[in-house]
Design a protein around this ligand. Structure first.
Ligand SMILES: [Zn+2]
Length: 489
């Protein structure tokens, strides 16, 4: 393959095979033609991933099971290319769409940005391709930093960063758009952008301002760009504290003698002027308005950076709290209780079908006659036992038959365990969170009880307590878990 200026050369000397379309090296396709490269490196991979997912479609998997398949089998098909190539935005959107389609099979019932969150916050750790992509790119930045400029591959990216201090840039509070550099390779830009998202911050206290690195700082601009004066940096000027002393900036002659720099006073005052007024107010202790709370994000330093910590950071900034949380807050549940409620299904049972069943109750997305009627799947929304409208709350709590069931249930539990529990509406729906560790067994029985009520209602059957007990015995036999020991059959 002819490269560089000779790329249009059509000669085929030496009697060897000259490629027409593309060549494959180390698993990546290279070609003059961007479309061919895009097709082979991205589209073909996505098609492979989708056909693998198609094999799993017909299986009766839970939400969680589908997410496991995605993470362990499907996404891995794209990881290698992601870690070495720049990714077209539209491609990321296509992958995320394939993910949603596979997880929900039809219309998504919980927001994408909720599903990506951790379980204890109401998510299901669903993969997000934008985050995977950015985390892999950030890992490359870490490798660049670790190379310390000695690895041969690092010479090219570092040569582009030379005008802004080379590796030093990675420590700065920079914004790529404001740097006076030209980086012609998208991969490097993408990686730096990903790192910038984690690294950029706004100082809000005197200590933080003094500690800010002046160079390449996106808050400090001259003529619309951030600044890097190599000579000044080499002379020892790095942070605000280096030239802001005793409540003021050093005077020009003090500055020159401290750093032994020969410069024009305009350059020096230009830099002092570029420091944001807000910072100077913070430094001098004059606040006219209360400081905004420092954003929650914690700065991760480069040497502690890993794919995992980066992913955690990106998930945290993208995650939105579940819509269902409002209902819980309105029911008077406190934040600590809500966290317990979210993790409860995954703590009391290893049966993912049961856990996801409870997850759907918490998020209020379990289909009942009222939602099936709304979606024109059922011709009425009535409860098969009492004729009232069957909502989730009616089915499990307010239906007279359900009330009777729960009173039998608590009698049964109390007589078996010498306990004196009563179960209120919130507990029926969300589980018993008081003395949680002690009530793992009770919570498991309650989820199984709801599962029984739900199955019976789908089959339009009466609720029989004895039938529930038989169902429970069966389930408990399958459940080989710590909560088992707490249940007295
Ligand atoms: Zn009813």
């Amino acid at each position: 393959m002819w490269l560089g200026a000779s790329r249009k050369n059509t000669a085929k000397p030496l009697g060897i095979a000259w490629p027409v379309n593309s060549i494959l090296a180390l698993g990546i396709h290279f070609s003059y033609n961007d479309e061919i490269v895009y097709n082979k490196n991205f589209e073909q991979k996505l098609i492979k991933m989708k056909s693998l997912l198609n094999l799993w479609y017909p299986r009766n998997l839970t939400l969680y099971g589908r997410i496991t398949i995605l993470k362990s089998l499907a996404i891995s098909k794209l990881v290698y290319n992601t870690s070495v190539l720049t990714f077209p935005t539209k491609f990321i959107a296509m992958v995320n769409q394939a993910i949603t389609q596979f997880v929900w099979n039809k219309k998504a019932k919980i927001k994408y940005r909720t599903m990506i969150g951790p379980k204890e916050q109401g998510g299901l750790d669903m993969p997000d391709f934008q985050i995977i992509n950015e985390a892999l790119k950030v890992v490359w930045v870490r490798r660049l930093s670790d190379s310390n400029g000695t690895a041969s591959w690092s010479h090219i990216p570092l040569s582009y960063l030379q005008p802004v201090g080379g590796l030093f840039l990675l420590q700065c509070n920079f914004d790529l758009k404001l740097l006076k550099v030209h980086i012609p390779i998208d991969f490097y830009k993408e990686a730096l952008c990903a790192w910038q998202k984690i690294n950029c911050s706004t100082p809000n206290t005197k200590k933080q301002v003094l500690n800010e690195i002046v160079w390449n700082n996106h808050h400090i601009k001259i003529d619309g760009y951030s600044v890097y004066y190599k000579k000044w940096h080499d002379a020892g000027l790095t942070k605000i504290e280096d030239f802001f002393q005793g409540n003021r900036f050093l005077a020009f002659d003090e500055f020159c003698s401290k750093f032994k720099i020969k410069t024009n006073f305009l350059n020096y005052y230009g830099l002092c002027h570029a420091i944001p007024q807000k910072w100077i107010n913070i430094l001098k202790g004059n606040f006219t308005e209360p400081l905004e709370k420092r954003s929650e994000k914690e700065r991760i330093s480069l040497d502690k950076l890993s794919c995992k910590s980066a992913t955690k950071f990106f998930v945290k900034s993208k995650f939105v709290t579940p819509t269902a949380e409002r209902r819980m807050t309105e029911a008077g549940l406190k934040e600590h209780t809500i966290r317990l409620i979210y993790s409860l299904p995954f703590n009391v049972t290893k049966d993912t079908r049961l856990a996801i069943f409870q997850y759907k109750i918490i998020h209020h997305i379990l289909p009942t006659n009222s939602t099936l009627f709304r979606d024109s799947i059922k011709e009425h929304d009535k409860c098969h036992l009492c004729g009232e409208r069957q909502t989730l709350i009616h089915l499990f709590v307010t239906c007279s038959k359900a009330r009777l069931f729960w009173s039998l249930f608590s009698n049964w539990w109390n007589s078996k365990n010498g306990d004196t529990i009563t179960i209120d509406k919130n507990e029926i729906i969300y589980g018993v969170t008081d003395n949680f560790a002690h009530y793992l067994g009770l919570n498991l029985c309650m989820i199984i009880a709801k599962y029984y009520l739900y199955t019976a209602s789908r089959k339009e059957e009466e609720f029989y307590f004895d039938a529930f007990l038989a169902f429970l015995t069966n389930k408990i036999k399958i459940e080989k878990h710590k909560s088992k020991s707490q249940i007295n059959m």
